[in-house]
Design a binder for this molecule. Structure first.
Ligand SMILES: NC(=O)c1ccc[n+]([C@@H]2O[C@H](COP(=O)([O-])OP(=O)(O)OC[C@H]3O[C@@H](n4cnc5c(N)ncnc54)[C@H](O)[C@@H]3O)[C@@H](O)[C@H]2O)c1
Length: 328
């Protein structure tokens, strides 16, 4: 078990990073964040934050770090489709460049935030890390290319771990309401309805506390470990998630939600196995849809300012990059 690592977290002020960074510090690690702060900064004041683009740093910035975690880039389909060009720069080239300069600077491990999106649309089977990972849309392709770029650098001096995570939900100080359970929770609170885009589609759901636990395990695992790992709390159909949200509001809030079922075609449909992460990293997911909803009740509640656009990545992104819309 590796203890007290000096870690640079690129994209550490985002949704995942704002939960992960305090947890890394609590585990005794020394953490610096590199982030463009597109969505602001809700990290504890004591965290050192370098406000820079990944492409504006070089090996000098990375000297002295033991590990680098990549949580940056464009983190959903609408952003990737708004600007495919920037998507491939931030999601494929940026992690490859960061891993390259980390290795040159003598960093011992690189951890990459990959996504289950790389599996694309699959038939009814449970996918492991040896399954074909092919998608046909900018976000999924770019995450796969980013993974190739970082894994390519792995050798006996440089451990590389890619975590292919399911769709995360739950509370973070930097809150997002464009993630499946969080979105359903927001609509239940604000509109009294649960919206199900396509009830038959399968998604691995990842409670944010399990996402954080996976990174903590990856950081602590011996440097001899490298590889790709699926990470999720469990596989659910979108319809089953919606049903759990409906049931939660009935049981815990005494509210009967209007159920709106659409049949919007989806480019993603996949179930993943996390056996490899359980065996090698010791990852033991404990989150459930119910635990996510309980956390949202405790930390978000009904009076939250759901309308603030900073909680919806695409709204901030369109404003920040209004001239970057790709013409394709
Ligand atoms: N949230 C999910 O459900 C999920 C699931 C699977 C994988 N992922 C991946 O995990 C990572 C973190 O997701 P998140 O939800 O925390 O995203 P987020 O959008 O909340 O945060 C991303 C952060 O990266 C920063 N950033 C982006 N490009 C940068 C650059 N070039 N240089 C410096 N900083 C930059 C942004 O300012 C932002 O703070 C992303 O790479 C995403 O693709 C997320």
């Amino acid at each position: 078990m590796l203890k007290k690592q000096r870690i640079l977290v690129a994209g550490g002020a985002g949704y995942v990073g704002s939960r992960l960074v305090p947890a890394l510090i609590k585990d005794g690690h020394q953490v610096t964040v590199l982030d463009l702060l597109w969505f602001g900064n809700t990290l504890p004041k004591k965290v050192k934050v370098i406000k820079k683009d990944i492409f504006d740093i070089d090996t000098n910035t990375l000297k002295g770090f033991d590990q680098v975690i990549f949580l940056a880039g464009l983190s959903n389909d609408p952003m990737a489709e708004y600007s495919p060009a920037q998507n491939f720069i931030c999601n494929s080239a940026a992690p490859a460049y960061l891993a390259y300069i980390a290795k040159v600077a003598g960093v011992k491990r690189f951890i990459y935030a990959c996504s289950g999106s790389v599996y694309g649309f699959t038939e009814d089977k449970i996918l492991d890390e040896n399954s074909v990972a092919e998608s046909s849309f900018p976000y999924g392709i770019s995450k796969r290319k980013g993974e190739f770029g970082v894994m390519y650098l792995q050798d006996e001096t440089f451990s590389v771990i890619s975590l292919r995570k399911g769709t995360i939900s739950g509370w973070s100080p930097r809150m997002r309401f464009d993630l499946i359970v969080n979105t359903m929770y927001m609509k239940a609170q604000t509109l009294g309805k649960v919206s199900i885009n396509n009830p038959a589609i399968w998604r691995p759901i990842l409670a944010i506390e399990d996402a954080v636990a996976a990174y903590l395990k990856a950081v602590a695992t011996p440097l001899s470990v490298s590889g790709v790992f699926n990470i999720s709390s469990g596989n659910f159909t979108v319809g089953a998630v919606g049903e759990k949200v409906r049931e939660h509001f009935k049981q815990k809030h005494g509210r009967s939600l209007v159920v709106e079922v659409k049949n919007i075609p989806d480019k993603r449909n996949y179930k993943i196995s996390t056996k490899k992460a359980q065996k090698i990293l010791g990852f033991k997911p404990t989150g459930t849809i119910e635990s996510i909803l309980k956390e949202l009740d405790e930390r978000v509640g009904a009076d939250f300012n759901f309308a603030d656009e900073k909680h919806y990545n695409i709204l901030v992104f369109k404003k920040t990059f209004k001239n970057r819309r790709s013409k394709n």
